[in-house]
Design a protein around this ligand. Structure first.
Ligand code: UDP
Ligand code: MG
Length: 312
């Protein structure tokens, strides 16, 4: 049995030297083999030098450094790819997540959960971070039925399979419990102690609210319609066209009754709705064709593999 601890970090020079001994002793207490994977997200301060110093004294420390600042999602995904453990635990580098909680997460996971997410029950961040976050968690539960108090806690423990199933980019790390659950893994959360940020600065501000909501649409699409886009486009386009057709029908009746309709704004509006609706509908068709081609290619590859197998 082995556990990989993954720490994504971006300009966290102040906390790394304090994080390492605490993380190390927490991992030692687990009584299973471990490795510590630091993923430096293109830091511009002395984080990398500090990490190299740590790695020179401890060969369980691995450092991967992204050439370019790419965001937490990408740093995590890279760490998952490189992780060798049967379990994978992630934690933030700023010591807001306590390494001592790893034991509790691991115990919970052994009850049969493939992702155990931390719940910062008594969160030590400013109100302008906490309130949007509450709203976000509520919406996620309401839309998808995966009810967690806290989606975006940095402290999470996965089985190897769950971690390696993720390909995160952009703002997707906020949706991890949903993405993992959509793939059929068992997900749960346990309360964890959260610390205020004593070192360095938060990398996210209030502006993330404006990124969370658009991201939600992407995730909605990816989780619900990625394999059947026509259901989405067809419905949207169909409704618009139907409203447009009703409007035109109404105008036709007026015309038959002898009124002039040529100058009415409603005529333009109705025509626009029909046209736009049809365009949306056909966009869906094209999306469906693309997916169909893709699936066919997959089938072909499988068939080829099969052929190879039989000729041996
Ligand atoms: N982080 C990162 N790349 C980024 C932003 C953040 O690797 O683009 C790391 C950061 O160094 C920290 C963790 O992700 O280890 C969480 O970031 P932060 O503490 O700023 O988020 P908050 O706790 O304020 O939500
Ligand atoms: Mg933090």
């Amino acid at each position: 049995m082995m556990i990989s601890a993954i720490v994504p970090l971006y300009n966290e020079e102040e906390s790394l030297e304090k994080l390492y001994p605490r993380l190390k002793s927490a991992l030692n207490k687990l009584k299973i083999e471990h490795e510590i994977v630091f993923v430096d997200d293109g830091s511009s301060d002395s984080s990398l030098q500090i990490l190299k110093k740590l790695a020179s004294k401890d060969n369980t420390v691995k450092i991967y450094s992204l050439r370019k600042h790419s965001g937490k999602s990408e740093a995590l995904t890279y760490g998952f790819k490189k992780a060798a453990g049967d379990y994978v635990v992630t934690l933030d580098a700023d010591l807001q997540d306590r390494p001592e909680e790893i034991q509790n997460l691991l115990d919970k996971s052994r009850e049969g959960f493939e992702l155990v997410s931390g719940w910062r029950k008594n969160r030590k961040d400013s109100l302008h971070m906490k309130i949007p976050s509450k709203f976000f968690n509520f919406l996620m539960g309401a839309f998808w039925g995966v009810h967690l108090h806290d989606y975006n806690c940095g402290l999470k423990l996965y089985t190897k399979e769950a971690a390696k199933s993720l390909r995160l980019y952009g703002g997707m790390h906020r949706f991890i419990p949903l993405l993992v659950s959509e793939k059929g893994f068992e997900v749960t959360e346990i309360p964890v102690v959260h610390e205020p940020r004593l070192y360095g600065r938060s990398k996210y501000g209030f502006s993330k609210v404006f990124k969370d909501i658009p991201d939600m649409f992407t995730i909605l699409f990816l989780t619900k319609y990625a394999k059947r886009p026509l259901h989405f486009f067809g419905l949207t386009g169909g409704i618009l066209s139907a409203i447009g057709s009703l409007i035109l029908l109404y105008l036709v009746i007026l015309k038959l009754l002898g009124e002039t309709i040529g100058g009415r704004p409603l005529l333009t509006f109705g025509m626009l709705l029909v046209l736009v609706g049809l365009q949306i509908l056909f966009t869906g068709f094209i999306a469906d064709l693309i997916i169909n081609l893709n699936e066919k290619n997959k089938l072909d590859e499988e068939a080829e593999d099969e052929l190879k197998f039989k000729s041996e």
